[in-house]
Design a protein around this ligand. Structure first.
Ligand code: ADP
Ligand code: MG
Length: 728
């Protein structure tokens, strides 16, 4: 086994950076592999084009005949781009994307070879759905599921395949994927926000949620990564002693990007450009071999698709460059893990950012309305937001002494805090003309200047306002952003619906003017949601205690965090907004718990295997060397060998102790696993893995890592942290 490590280390010296030959202008190749406006107009009739447009902007249905026309245009375009196959591209609840390729190629009845693709193949397909998680939905209702075209996310050619973004639902219409609830949440926020925006601008007919994600990841040399069974199987290291140098010198962050990595990024970015993913920034992150990539923000559904797609493209491109890409939230102990900040905002159809202060007091009141309603939504639903980012991997970050905490709080900065404090003092009911003028001049009117100075960004907050958007930082690096985006848009949609009702009631029943009514409701919201706001150090123990006093949740693991999904309040929220029915929500709850239990089960097996079949035998080999040495000393020195060989004897004993502990702990762990596997209730099963199996990980690792320090480097089989993190 140790030979794999040394072979990989040898090979790394011969690996050279690989740069794509031609650097084309990004603007020239952007979206050339996307079936967008331009290509649609070139390859479709005017009528077919209009049908798609209406489907996207007005939600109109596309009938079978129209679909046939669209399919022909799409096929001809795809073939012109070198596509031979097509696939419905969807995001099942496994967390990754799924595709099944079918060739355009077909034979007519007379045996003549042709390329075929018709409307029915475009609109709907029936993948063999039985192997995707359904949380019991398909058992209860109907065994089959189907994929259906989502015309709001354009088709694209990747490699030689035309990929058609689709939703994945059961025959009874229940969602089996991340996209379906997301689309429903986006539709809910569109209507709710449009209604509210009309207080300020009657012409607005559409509001889009926007998302700009920032993807963190690690790159490890492929040979080195594959020499570690834990990285290969679990995507993270389960043991390994900390290297002498980690991230303490802060010399990696924003440092010069290594050549092999630049080669990878360059090819990746070119592929992204072709696929219409507007990647913009790239830089080294805090930890060694950790990097970040971020695009320009887009409409949320498209941005989620693009994030899912890019993770696949990154995986493949990394492989070409002899790297293994790690999306796991915590691939290495002792250094930073990876997240995926979700920058979120709301934008009108005309492109006005509703979370950006404007140039007039009225525009600023509009800003404050959306700003304060978002805070209120988070206040009311912090537990659901926490649940939306819960996963076995993310448990290593959230609440585990690392960015960000498991407590969801909102940071808004000193200046906006002052604005909200002043608004809190607004009189109840009708406002005097003097008060109105003062408000407009001194509070609402001053916001733009204020924000420009508001540069003190708090990096420790899970949900921070950063000038013209909120940044949800608790999302895991491996997660599909769809879950977090579904919850965020749903809770804000619900909040805006409530707001509209309250403001209308004040106008209709109390005879208040529109702006008076808005001020009155906002004042109450500011008061009611104060406890979710926190400006201090979110990583400190003081904040944990303070949050507890305030009654904000602090769930440190997935089984606990997910519980809220079963609450009456959550069910009502999702049902009332039309985002998910109770069965869909329950299914999701079960699937996530099952996935959690499976992940911990797999990790536990891997750890048991590495500890007992790699570490212990190696330690015994080394111990035998020492024993032979001591026997030799005894031959030479006779009775005094104990003094001469004191160090060796001590080592032999230490090794024996660690081996004994590894054996003992892994036996106990295996027993707990056996017991857990007898549990049928998904939540109890997840809890058993969380509270009974997982605690052994640290114990077993401790003794393995101690042995790594004792055993001769030459025979140690597992590639070490310093090699994984610093060689490329
Ligand atoms: P960082 O968090 O690394 O300091 P920024 O705060 O500048 O970086 O965040 C940049 C990210 O914010 C980008 O991914 C960008 O797409 C996103 N972003 C900018 N404006 C918006 C917006 N209106 N809606 C959603 N995302 C946005
Ligand atoms: Mg950020």
């Amino acid at each position: 086994m140790s030979s794999i490590r040394f072979k990989a280390l040898q090979e790394i010296y011969n690996k050279k950076p690989h740069f794509v030959d031609k650097i084309e202008r990004r603007s020239k190749i952007f979206a050339e592999n996307v079936f967008n406006e331009t290509s649609m107009r070139q390859f479709m009739s005017e009528a077919a084009y209009k049908n798609i447009k209406d489907a996207v902007t007005l939600g109109k249905k596309i009938d079978r005949k129209q679909a046939d026309h669209i399919a022909v245009g799409m096929k001809n375009w795809a073939i012109s781009k070198g596509a031979t196959h097509y696939t419905h591209w969807f995001q099942p609840l496994t967390g990754s994307t799924a595709e099944k390729h079918d060739a355009f190629f077909s034979l007519t009845e007379e045996g003549i070879p042709v390329e075929r693709f018709d409307g029915s193949q475009l609109v709907q397909q029936e993948p063999d759905a039985s192997s995707f998680p359904s949380g019991g939905i398909r058992n209860t209702f109907e065994a089959r599921g189907y994929t259906a075209w989502d015309p709001s996310s354009p088709a694209f050619v990747y490699g030689s395949t035309l990929c058609i973004p689709t939703i994945f639902v059961s025959y009874t219409g229940e969602a089996l994927d991340t996209k379906t609830p997301l689309l429903r949440a986006l539709s809910a926020i569109d209507s709710a926000a449009t209604e509210v925006v009309k207080y300020f601008d009657k012409n607005v007919t559409k509001v889009n949620a926007t998302l700009g994600w920032e993807q963190e990841f690690f790159l490890v040399d492929k040979g080195l990564a594959y020499s570690r069974p834990d990285i290969l199987m679990a995507g993270r290291t389960m043991l390994g002693h900390a290297p002498a140098k980690g991230q303490q010198l802060d010399d990696h962050y924003f440092g010069s990007i290594p050549s092999r990595v630049i080669g990878f990024l360059r090819e990746l970015e070119i592929e992204c450009m072709r696929l219409g993913i507007p990647v913009k920034t790239r830089h080294n992150e805090v930890a060694p071999n950790q990097f970040e990539l971020a695009p320009i923000h887009e409409e949320a559904n498209l941005a989620v698709d693009h994030n899912s797609l890019i993770m696949d493209v990154m995986d493949k491109t990394a492989d070409k460059h002899q790297f293994k890409i790690l999306f796991h939230e915590k691939p290495f102990a002792g250094i930073n893990g990876s997240g995926k900040h979700n920058n979120w905002s709301l934008t009108t159809g005309a492109g006005v950012n509703l979370l950006s202060p404007g140039t007039t007091p009225m525009k600023n009141l509009q800003f404050l309305t959306f700003f304060i309603n978002t805070i209120k939504a988070v206040h009311e639903n912090e537990e659901l937001l926490r649940a939306s980012v819960a996963s076995a991997g993310n448990d290593h970050r959230l609440g585990a002494n690392e960015a960000p905490p498991a407590i969801i709080s909102v940071f808004i900065g000193e200046q906006l805090t002052k604005v909200l404090d002043e608004l809190e003092g607004v009189s109840k009911g009708k406002l005097s003309p003097q008060e109105k003028t003062a408000l407009k001049l001194n509070v609402v009117g001053k916001i733009p200047d204020v924000l420009l100075d508001n540069t003190d960004r708090n990096r420790t907050s899970a949900f921070a306002f950063t000038g013209n958007k909120f940044e949800f930082r608790a999302v895991g690096s491996k997660a599909n952003c769809g879950s977090a985006m579904t919850v965020l848009n749903t809770i804000v949609a619900k909040q805006l619906q409530n707001f509209k009702k309250e403001v209308d009631a004040l106008i209709d029943k109390k005879g208040l003017k529109k702006d008076e009514a808005v001020f009155n409701v906002l004042r109450e919201y500011i008061k009611a949601s104060k406890k979710i706001r926190f400006e201090g150090d979110g990583y400190s123990i003081d904040w944990e205690n303070e949050a507890k006093r305030r009654g904000i949740s602090n769930y440190k693991n997935t089984p606990d965090a997910l519980k809220v999904m079963k609450s009456k309040k959550a069910i009502a929220l999702f049902e009332e907004t039309g985002v998910m029915n109770e069965a869909e929500l329950r299914a999701r709850f079960e699937i996530e718990l099952e996935e959690y239990a499976k992940k911990i089960q797999i990790e536990s097996r891997i750890l048991g295997d590495i500890a007992n079949n790699h570490v212990v035998p190696t330690a015994i080999r080394y111990q035998n060397l020492l024993i032979k040495n001591v026997q030799g000393l005894k031959d030479i020195f006779g009775a005094t060998f104990r003094t001469v060989g004191a160090e060796q004897l001590d080592l032999i004993e230490q090794i024996a102790n660690h081996i004994a502990m590894i054996k003992k702990k892994s036996d106990l762990m295996r027993n707990e696993r056996k017991k857990a596997n007898g549990i049928s209730d998904a939540h109890k099963l997840a809890e058993a893995y969380c509270y009974r199996v997982k605690p052994y990980f640290e114990d077993i690792r401790y003794h393995c890592d101690k042995l790594e320090l004792l055993v001769e480097d030459d025979i140690w089989p597992l590639t070490k942290y310093r090699e994984l993190l610093f060689m490329r």
